[in-house]
Design a protein around this ligand. Structure first.
Ligand code: FAD
Length: 382
């Protein structure tokens, strides 16, 4: 990083923006390109969960814990990101779910996650908005929340305040790469000591030829399903809820999807409701700063993805949320789907590869990208 001291970043999602933040913290100049007027990808469509609880023990947990630490310090500079260390409660509706939680809470890393198994009364004490029918829950005090729709502008406001060394260029699509450089659609070349492509789940476009030639895509012939794939999720947001949720909330179905809960009791979970199994649904519930509730999610792996959203999955998630809160929900104000890229079939936590000399592609953090983005950016510069 000795020539110009400039980094060119392509992509205004959370990965690109955190690379910009970490670069500015190192005193580097940043040119930041985004093809849309603002980030429109997975980073503004997610729950904003800084989710430590479900991460696999070892490098994945270490990355999430480091990211949690970085988020806290970065959000102190950018309070508009809405960071709050509110923790989460995963609520058990049957004994089998409670048994999984007890085993996870007895593991050596439970202390780092700040796990505690609670009775139903204990759950209500921590989060009095949960007035439904359940047996208990797992409290993870290490989890946190940020505001997905506010975080990118808030981080950019901090970046802009760092001075003329930060240049934000919306409406610029990178269309060609060369050593240490990228060309946008207007023909302008942007050069730096390093170019970082954070182009999200876009597997064609500027990173496409590299991804295809390097065999990085899980669906490529001979890849054996290992590598990068895309996943589509359905989400919704209600109008403001009259109560205050003291924590983020998950239902017992989430135990099936997070590797931290891969404990001996896991296979004893009863089958999921058919509609949940069909859409690989789990309930995650996060209250936004304005009181509204973000509710999701589902998981679709096979492309081509549906272009429309499935109401059956939504009904299931809304019923689950009602059952845990023990009350009717406010009307839904928005529904949307989002797509993220993830590495699958390998121990890698995300994908980083050299596209050209001085040009690196960083993508594929999957459902942990909002959480891990600052730590991933730190690793790029390290
Ligand atoms: C519904 C949903 C819920 C999720 N919930 C969570 C959660 O609660 N916690 C968590 O940790 N993770 C969560 N995730 C995952 C997380 O959102 C993603 O891993 C993360 O946002 C990926 O960030 P990104 O910057 O790589 O991608 P994106 O946010 O998709 O950003 C990529 C950006 O690059 C731009 N771009 C692409 N190509 C070009 C080009 N050629 N030139 C210029 N710009 C370009 C795009 O326009 C886009 O703005 C969720 C994801 C989804 C979809």
């Amino acid at each position: 990083m000795s020539e110009s001291g400039r980094v060119v970043i392509v992509g205004g999602g959370i990965l690109g923006t955190m690379h910009a933040v970490l670069a500015r913290r190192r005193g580097l100049a940043v040119t930041h390109l985004e093809r849309e007027p603002d980030g429109r990808g997975a980073s503004v469509r997610n729950f904003g969960l800084v989710w430590v609880s479900g991460r696999r023990a070892g490098p994945e947990l270490a990355l999430a814990l480091r990211a949690r630490e970085l988020w806290e310090s970065i959000a102190a500079d950018a309070p508009g990101a809405g960071f709050r260390p509110h923790g989460s409660l995963t609520v058990a509706s049957n004994e089998a779910e409670l048994a999984v939680m007890r085993e996870a809470a007895a593991l050596p890393d439970a202390k780092q996650r700040e796990f505690e198994v609670l009775s139903a009364a204990g759950v209500r004490e921590v989060n009095p908005a949960l007035q439904g029918d359940f047996l208990g829950g797992l409290w993870c005090r290490a989890d946190a929340i940020v505001e997905p729709r506010a975080a990118l502008p808030a981080l950019r406001a901090w970046l802009a305040a760092t001075g003329p060394g930060y240049e934000w260029l919306p409406g610029r699509e990178a269309v060609e790469v060369a050593a240490n450089a990228v060309r946008d659609q207007s023909g302008h070349w942007h050069r730096g000591d390093l170019v970082v492509l954070c182009t999200g789940a876009n597997f064609t476009g500027v990173a496409g030829p590299h991804l295809a030639a390097s065999g990085a895509l899980a669906g490529a012939p001979g890849a054996g399903g290992r590598g990068l794939r895309r996943v589509r999720l359905q989400m919704l947001q209600t109008l403001p809820f009259r109560g205050r949720l003291a924590t983020a909330v998950a239902d017992g179905d989430s135990l099936r999807y997070y590797p931290a809960f891969d404990v001996p009791a896991l296979p004893s979970l009863p089958p999921q409701a058919a509609v949940a199994a069909a859409s690989r649904a789990q309930l995650l519930l996060v209250q936004r700063l304005d009181g509204s509730l973000t509710i999701g999610d589902t998981h679709e792996y096979d492309e081509p993805f549906a272009f429309d959203v499935d109401e059956g999955a939504y009904r299931h998630l809304l019923d689950r949320a009602c059952a845990l809160l023990g009350t009717a929900l406010p009307p839904v104000q928005r529904r949307w789907a989002g797509v993220y890229s993830e590495v699958t079939g390998t121990p890698a936590l995300y994908h980083r590869s050299l596209v050209r000399p001085g040009v690196v592609l960083v993508t594929g953090p999957g459902g942990r990208g909002m959480t891990c983005s600052p730590a991933i950016a730190e690793e790029t510069f390290r």
